[in-house]
Design a protein around this ligand. Sequence first.
Ligand code: PLP
Length: 285
Amino acid sequence: MSRWAYVNGRYVRHRDAAVHIEDRGYQLADGVYEVVGIRDGRLIDEAPHLDRLGRSLSELRIEWPVGRKALEFILREVLRLNGVRDGLVYIQATRGVARRDHAFPKDPTPALVVTAKHTSRPGIDVPGVRVVSRPDNRWDRCDIKTVGLLPNVLAKQSAREAGAWEAWFLDERGDVTEGASTNAWIVSEAGELITRQTDNGILAGITRATVKTICDSLQLKLVERPFSLAEAKRAREAFLSSATSFVTPIVGIDDTTVGDGKPGPVGRRLREEYLRHAGTGDRVT
Ligand code: PLP
C-alpha cells in the first residue's frame, strides 16, 4: 500500500490525499495520465512516458501542471517516500478545478497527482493469460491517454467475469485493435510477428515501442498491420504488452487455445529481453 501521495504541490499521507469535488478530472474526465513501471529501483522508459504525457496534455490543450524537471523530481520523491523498488508510479494531470461548465474555464490551473504502488517482482516464466474479444466501443482518439476509461473498465470487468485476464477490442471489420489496458501481438500461422499499426485507433504503448526496438536488435522481423480475431485464433502465439504487465503470453482467446496452450518461444524471449532492458538505467530508489 502506498503511504504517501503528491497532490497539487504537497506530499500528503495517502489516506488523506484528496482532490476538490469540482476538479474537471472527476466531473468530466478532462485529464490525462501516465503509468511508469519500476524495477529494482529504476524507472522503466521514463523519458518516452513523459514525452507521451506531454503529447496527451497538448492534444487536450492542458498546460503542464509543473515543469518536466520538477515532475521528474516529484516522481523520485514519491517513490522514495513509499520505499518502492518494484512497482508502478501513476501521474494524473487534469485541467484543474473550475465551476462546472463543459467548455474550458478561463486560465485554469492544471492539477497534478502522483501516487506509487508496490508490485511483486516479475519473473520470466509465467503461465500465460486468457483474453476474450469485445466490441471496440471507444471514441476515435484512443491515441490520447485520457482518464476517460469507462469502455476499458467495462470490457476488463466483463473479461474478469468470463474468467479471462484481458479483453481484446474488435473494430467493425473484426480486427483486433488492442486490449483494455495493453497492446496486442501475435505470431501468425506463417510465423510472422504482427502488431497493429499505431494511429488514433490505439494507444501507442511505450512497452510496445521498446519491444519493437528489441525485435530490431534480435533481427526479428515485425509487421505492423491489422490482424483479425480469426487470424489471432489460428496464430502460433499471442501476447500482450504494457508497463504494468511487461510482455505477457496469451494462451487462450475466447474459447480457442492458442498454439499448444503454453507460452510460446517468441513471447517468452521478448519478455526475457524486456525484463533485461527494465533492469538497465539509473537507480532512483
Ligand atoms: N493500450 C491501452 C488502452 C492502455 O491503457 C495501455 C496502458 O495503460 C497500453 C495500451 C499499453 O501502454 P504502455 O505500454 O505505455 O503501458
